[in-house]
Design a protein around this ligand. Structure first.
Ligand SMILES: NC(=O)c1ccc[n+]([C@@H]2O[C@H](COP(=O)([O-])OP(=O)(O)OC[C@H]3O[C@@H](n4cnc5c(N)ncnc54)[C@H](OP(=O)(O)O)[C@@H]3O)[C@@H](O)[C@H]2O)c1
Length: 292
């Protein structure tokens, strides 16, 4: 099974490279620009994949408001072109989407059939990308995930550790809730799908919610990062983590208060035991500690 990955340098792209035991070719933007039809076509012709995984996206949530053309290109046009190319090549597309397709006003975890209502350009373009994939290619999986972290790239875990290194006190919002999700676990979920496709020639195509548990606030997530960071010796002093409301930390785009994704549909369709995010955080901190 030959797997072609777009977005090799991202968090999920790097995890796919590290976790895969398949014949996997992961290309960065220079080798496969998902906004350029010729680039996609030549990558498919050259590598002849059996499955394509799109780990590429425009992920700068606030910057998207002033760079909407780039966000549209990366999150809408790119997935549309990839899906059309996969349809032409007769191969499936595994695509990643986000909790930001919802406005976060529900009082329960979101299920796949809930209406989308993004709060900003990033969410709107990711939503439009989903629509384009569904329209172009029945043989797709759209995996919506949330609060992605890893030892690589820009994410909340690394930001908290960086800030905590030079401060005694951090203020973190306690009125937004979601499921932190390790990039390695997302990669394992996608690679598990590749295995099943290899073995059975099919997948239960469609959209799935996927995050790790338990659901927490950003404040609770930060407290655990600091606790584990201290225990591992990554931080050498006490840090107080103060809970604050979102209103105390204004951002260009409002974030969904409720980012909780109900993953029951995924759990019924796929047989993958995933660790809690706390266990995955321990692994990530282990990697960071070995590096420092
Ligand atoms: N990060 C989160 O918290 C989060 C939450 C929910 C869902 N997601 C979704 O999860 C997926 C993976 O996210 P991530 O955190 O791994 O993202 P990431 O670390 O920001 O990586 C995205 C990668 O996409 C690449 N890219 C952007 N535009 C491209 C293009 N036109 N052609 C080829 N590559 C391009 C970037 O390349 P450059 O390095 O060259 O810019 C970058 O390496 C995305 O679909 C994202 O929307 C993420």
């Amino acid at each position: 099974m030959r797997v072609l990955v777009a977005g090799a340098n991202g968090q999920v792209g790097q995890s796919l490279i590290q976790r895969s035991s398949h014949e996997l070719v992961a290309l960065d933007r220079g080798a496969l620009d998902i906004t350029q039809p010729h680039s996609i076509q030549s990558a498919i012709e050259r590598h002849r994949p059996d499955v394509l995984i799109n780990a590429a996206a425009y992920t700068a949530v606030d910057r998207a408001e002033r760079e909407s053309a780039l966000a549209v290109a990366g999150n809408q046009t790119g997935p549309a072109l990839l899906a059309a190319a996969c349809a032409g090549a007769g191969i499936p597309l595994l695509h990643i989407s986000t909790d930001y397709v919802f406005d976060g006003t529900a009082d329960r975890p979101y299920v796949e059939t809930d209406p989308t209502q993004p709060l900003g350009i990033y969410g709107q373009t990711k939503c439009a990308g989903e629509v384009a994939v569904r329209a172009a290619l029945p043989e797709h999986i759209i995996l919506r995930t949330s609060w992605v972290f890893s030892a690589h790239g820009a994410n909340f875990v690394r930001t908290m550790l960086r800030l905590a290194d030079t401060r005694d006190q951090l203020s973190v919002v306690d009125d937004q809730f979601g499921g932190p999700t390790g990039a390695d676990t997302i990669a394992d979920a996608l690679l598990g799908m590749v295995d099943r496709y290899r073995d059975t020639g099919a997948l239960p195509w469609g959209t799935y919610h996927f995050s790790q548990l338990p659901h927490v606030s950003w404040h609770q997530f930060a407290c655990e990062i600091i606790r584990q960071g201290r225990a591992r010796g990554l931080l050498d002093h006490d840090i107080e983590v103060l809970p604050v409301p979102s209103s105390a930390y204004p951002t260009t785009v409002e974030r969904p208060k409720n980012s909780r994704l109900d993953r029951a549909k995924y759990d019924q369709a796929f047989d993958l035991q995933t660790p809690s995010w706390k266990a995955e955080l321990a692994q990530v901190l282990g990697v960071l500690s070995a590096r420092s």
